[in-house]
Design a protein around this ligand. Sequence first.
Ligand SMILES: [Zn+2]
Ligand SMILES: [Zn+2]
Length: 150
Amino acid sequence: MTPSKQEASIGNSGGCFCGAIRFETLGEPLRVTICHCKWCQKRTGTAFGTEVVYNEDQISFLGEPTARYRHVSDESGRWLDVEFCGQCGTNLGFTLEAAPGIRTVPAGIFDDPDWIKADRYAFRHVYVRSRRDWSDLSSDVEVFEEHFRA
Ligand SMILES: [Zn+2]
Ligand SMILES: [Zn+2]
């Protein structure tokens, strides 16, 4: 059976905060990885990285070239190339030596990340050994739909 046109052409787009770099993805991602490792905490400045994982040939970047920083893991000795906008610093995902041909895009840089649904894709939480105990929404924390100063 031939997939319908809509299924065959699922694509999404996004970009950095300043607009210098845009990207387009074609087709479904392989999975979504939520990484609690200390490197992801450092590079995102927060509790974890949320990466939508694709084959490299599913993603096209447009506009200015991405800036790149190579991190070598002190544990495995393998590299990860993190990419970002050289103008506004937005995190644009990474490629890694351990997974040739794979590229991630952070969930938050899509124009409309609402298509990334927990019941639609496989979500994997990895490196939970370094998960911050304040990064989950347990029933005993205060939760606000908007800011508490609203
Ligand atoms: Zn930018
Ligand atoms: Zn990580």
